[in-house]
Design a protein around this ligand. Structure first.
Ligand code: AMP
Ligand code: MN
Ligand code: MN
Ligand code: MN
Length: 307
């Protein structure tokens, strides 16, 4: 038996990134969906990178809502931690009158078409936020716009999450979940709709930037079976290739359901925590169960995009 004391070397992260890039190793742990304070997460990209590496993530992507300003820092930090990295974004789309999120992975975050599309997608958020604050005021909760702004790092990216953090802090609700359940869910009394990007536009911006488009957390959308079938087929026809199967935004029992969708429609499968902050949710970075072994993981198409 070896009783030698552990040395710091034993705790150095393994550099899997080169092997993953060469297609020689499936990531032991991939997390391809999370948010920094450049959108509605609470941590800066370098802290997310450190946390992901600490928690054993081998392949990581930052996917801020409608924004890529955190990518350069994230990429640099991932490299310092010996973690393979994919540049990402989560684009807000309106399809059949409801919001769908499309994740782009393996993006060139300097692509002008992508940047212009994201800018356009962000542009309605401030007015919408003022509308949601007015609705909350009518429901007896004053000052929500200014309150939400206290939680915002990127003024173009004020989101419902920032309102939720404020309403909890102000004591109007006990949890962020309660804010969404009572006031801010998609049909809620303080919700204000916005026309986001079109599905085909979002996919084309991602493809223009050399990335792969992935339907985020399909289990969250309130469509009928026929509407889902049309969504998946329209997405595919537009050039979309992937779907999130194992995600922090699904209940674990939904993983098998969307694994079957991936098989039925021939989608690449993706996995991610959808982590927003240490106090916000159940699933931390790197904590999602691995994809079913027969699925084709999205990174198999993205080896040349991994840094
Ligand atoms: P927005 O882009 O302003 O419409 O805000 C959408 C964000 O709100 C999502 O990215 C989630 O972070 C958060 N969100 C939406 N629905 C819920 C929910 N039911 N519970 C917790 N967070 C939610
Ligand atoms: Mn979010
Ligand atoms: Mn989302
Ligand atoms: Mn997300």
């Amino acid at each position: 038996m070896n009783n030698a004391p552990y040395t710091p070397h034993d705790f150095q992260p393994t550099d899997h990134s080169l092997l993953i890039r060469q297609g020689g190793l499936l990531p032991l742990s991939a997390d391809l969906h999370c948010h920094s304070h450049f959108s509605d997460g609470v941590l800066p990209p370098e802290m997310l990178a450190a946390r992901a590496a600490e928690r054993g993530v081998d392949l990581w992507a930052l996917t801020d809502h409608d924004e890529v300003s955190g990518i350069a820092t994230a990429q640099q930090a991932a490299k310092q931690h010996g973690m393979a990295f994919l540049a990402g974004a989560e684009i807000s789309v309106t399809w059949l009158g409801r919001t769908v999120h499309i994740v782009g992975l393996g993006l060139d975050a300097t692509d002008p078409t992508l940047l212009a599309g994201l800018q356009q997608t962000r542009s309605g958020r401030v007015n919408r936020a003022k509308g949601m604050a007015d609705a909350l005021a009518k429901l007896g909760m004053q000052g929500a716009y200014e309150g939400a702004l206290k939680f915002v790092s990127n003024p173009e990216l004020i989101s419902r999450t920032h309102f939720a953090r404020y309403l909890v802090e102000a004591g109007h609700c006990a949890s962020m979940q309660q804010v969404f359940d009572q006031y801010l869910h998609d049909d809620g009394p303080a919700y204000v709709d916005l026309q986001w990007a079109k599905l085909e536009e979002a996919v084309s911006w991602i493809m223009s930037a050399g990335g792969v488009a992935v339907i985020a957390h399909p289990g969250r959308y309130k469509y009928s079976s026929l509407e889902f079938d049309t969504l998946f087929k329209s997405f595919k026809a537009a050039g979309g290739l992937g779907i999130e199967v194992n995600t922090g935004s699904h209940r674990p029992r939904e993983y098998a359901q969307y694994a079957q969708v991936a098989r039925d429609y021939g989608f690449l499968a993706s996995i991610g925590s959808d982590f927003h902050g240490p106090d916000d949710g159940v699933f931390d970075l790197g904590s999602i169960a691995p994809l079913a072994a027969d699925l084709k993981p999205v990174w198999q198409e993205l080896g040349h995009k991994i840094s």
